[in-house]
Design a protein. Structure first.
Length: 201
């Protein structure tokens, strides 16, 4: 079976919402809790990315496969900004970089689809684990491009985390069910993994 894994190799350098956004939502009178609010914002953003199968702010990911599929590779965590490289171990065990003219990227699809270019096929690889690696950059280029329903949902969740710090994670999710429903409305509909196999992202 062709198994796969996904790892974020470069984290976002900013968040889609700010402590001021949460302060305005909660009516907090000061910025004394900004450090804690930033942790709540990051937690809300990470949860929203899991629910929607999306990357909100620019980050770099590495998708690893045991071999090339029969046709298309589905690249998770849209929106895609660029495919940095596709590398593979050839049958002799030497690392090769696939030329950019040898494959086609359908960046507007969600998830992104990569197929061999017209008249091309995927190269043969060495029969071993993690023989193919796709490195890509994903995320909205500006927080202003993220749908407002998602922004509001993350703000609500960060505010709930702030106001109910003593609650368990399960209680917070129950309290934030409206925000969760808003996130689910914007989730990637066709996400069955890069090889048509569902995963827990």
């Amino acid at each position: 079976m062709n198994r796969w894994s996904l790892k974020r190799t470069v984290d976002p350098t900013s968040e889609p919402i700010t402590p001021s956004d949460v302060i305005d939502h909660c009516g907090i009178p000061t910025h004394d809790q900004d450090a804690w609010l930033l942790r709540a914002i990051r937690a809300a953003r990470e949860f929203a990315e899991i629910v929607q199968h999306r990357q909100f702010m620019t980050a770099t990911w590495r998708l690893t496969l045991d071999e090339f599929p029969s046709w298309e590779i589905k690249v998770p965590m849209p929106p895609l900004q660029s495919v940095s490289s596709i590398t593979y171990l050839d049958t002799g065990g030497t690392s090769q970089t696939l030329g950019i003219t040898l494959y086609t990227v359908s960046a507007d699809a969600e998830p992104t689809r990569i197929t061999p270019a017209y008249g091309q096929v995927w190269p043969s690889t060495r029969y071993q684990l993690e023989a193919v690696k796709v490195t890509f950059v994903a995320g909205y280029t500006s927080a202003n491009l993220i749908p407002q329903t998602t922004i509001i949902a993350m703000t609500m969740m960060a505010a709930d985390l702030y106001e109910h710090r003593e609650y368990t994670t399960e209680a917070i999710l129950k309290y934030s069910q409206t925000a969760v429903s808003m996130l689910e409305a914007q989730s990637v509909l066709d996400f069955s993994g890069p090889l048509g196999v569902s995963c827990g992202l």
